[in-house]
Design a protein around this ligand. Structure first.
Ligand code: GH3
Ligand code: MG
Ligand code: MG
Ligand code: MG
Ligand code: MG
Length: 311
């Protein structure tokens, strides 16, 4: 472990620090509370062993500031053990109130300090595992299981944010709604599993298109999501109407050129996509309105023969 040892007594930090190093720990030393906060931020220790009474800033205040630093980081928590000569009940209560986790009198046998450090390290380890598991779950919760694209839930969250920002800035905004053509016939003809493969392949193409859009800066922070079933949506903040038209056309072409055999899809014989696009030069009003307009254009694309985009 990397341990931050805080004490205004040189004897304590030297002797104590040396012993910790001896048993394999890395030690960072601070002589008062203010330096403790600074070195905490600079060295990110696994555990803090801290005196209470010190010049410049005492241990209670330092603990409060360390907790304030951690409050800005999700899941951050470093055990703070007060190791002090003034082991009165009042000090114990204040130590815990200040954000400390344990309180050991300096007179305690060394074995006690070691044991308590071990207990704290155990809790910190569990917490780190939980944080990792939580991050994995969060990533999964935003993903569509079949295609690996963002799911509807994530789309709604991110879109809400993007739309709010577009409205605040009076920025342009583009949206494409996409629907696979005659996909029911695809399933009927090739089976549901082949249908799943088809959706995965189309999703991969859409992902490539959106990556290209971002790389070429045709939009700012564009992303594509599985809207539901065989429908996808592409968000295109800050794109021009020309860019929107180009992206819509490229998307339709890319899926058609992919050449996924679809014997029952009209004259093409391959899977195709219809797209409804909408562009606003200044974002305003409700998102639902934007989607209604995109849907209406998608309907027109279907009416006009599919494998095309209507804006
Ligand atoms: P249109 O060109 O008018 O969009 O016709 P369509 O057949 O694509 O539209 P329809 O809404 O009639 O059928 C959509 C089909 O998509 C029905 C549904 O079973 C299928 N589907 C939805 N989600 C999935 C999926 O995850 N996997 C598979 N294999 N099929 C799906
Ligand atoms: Mg002291
Ligand atoms: Mg549909
Ligand atoms: Mg369809
Ligand atoms: Mg339909």
């Amino acid at each position: 472990m990397r341990i931050l040892v805080v004490d205004d007594s040189r004897t304590i930090t030297t002797v104590f620090g040396a012993r910790l190093v001896e048993i394999g720990h890395e030690v960072v030393i601070a002589e008062n509370g203010q330096l403790a906060v600074e070195r905490f931020q600079a060295s990110a220790p696994d555990l803090v062993l801290m005196d209470i009474e010190m010049p410049v800033m005492n241990g209670f205040e330092a603990a409060k500031q360390i907790r304030a630093v951690e409050a800005t980081q999700e899941w951050a928590w470093t055990p703070i053990i007060f190791l002090t000569g003034s082991d009165t009940p009042e000090n114990l209560v204040m130590a815990i109130e200040a954000g400390g986790d344990d309180f050991i009198p300096k007179s305690a046998p060394e074995g006690v300090v070691q044991a308590k450090m071990k207990a704290m390290a155990r809790i910190a380890g569990l917490r780190a595992e939980l944080s990792l598991a939580n991050r994995k779950l969060e990533a999964q919760a935003s993903q569509d299981g079949l295609t690996g694209l963002f799911n509807r839930r994530y789309m709604d969250l991110r879109l809400d944010h993007q739309w709010g920002e577009a409205i605040r800035c009076g920025a342009p905004f583009g949206l494409l709604m996409m629907d696979v053509d005659n996909f029911k016939l695809f399933n009927d003809h090739y089976g549901h599993l082949a249908g799943d493969d088809c959706l995965r392949a189309i999703a991969a193409t859409l992902q490539k298109v959106v990556e290209e859009v971002n790389a070429r800066r045709l939009a700012h922070d564009a992303f594509v999501a599985r809207y539901g079933g065989e429908e996808f949506a592409m968000m295109l903040p800050r794109c021009t109407p020309e860019a929107l038209a180009e992206i819509a056309r490229v998307t339709v072409d890319a899926v058609c050129r992919q050449g996924i055999a679809h014997a029952r899809n009209a004259e093409w014989g391959v899977s195709t996509l219809s797209v409804g696009g909408v562009h606003m030069s200044r974002a305003e009003g409700a998102l639902a309105q934007l989607f209604r307009r995109a849907d209406a254009n998608l309907y027109r694309a279907k009416q006009n023969g599919r494998n095309r985009a209507e804006l």
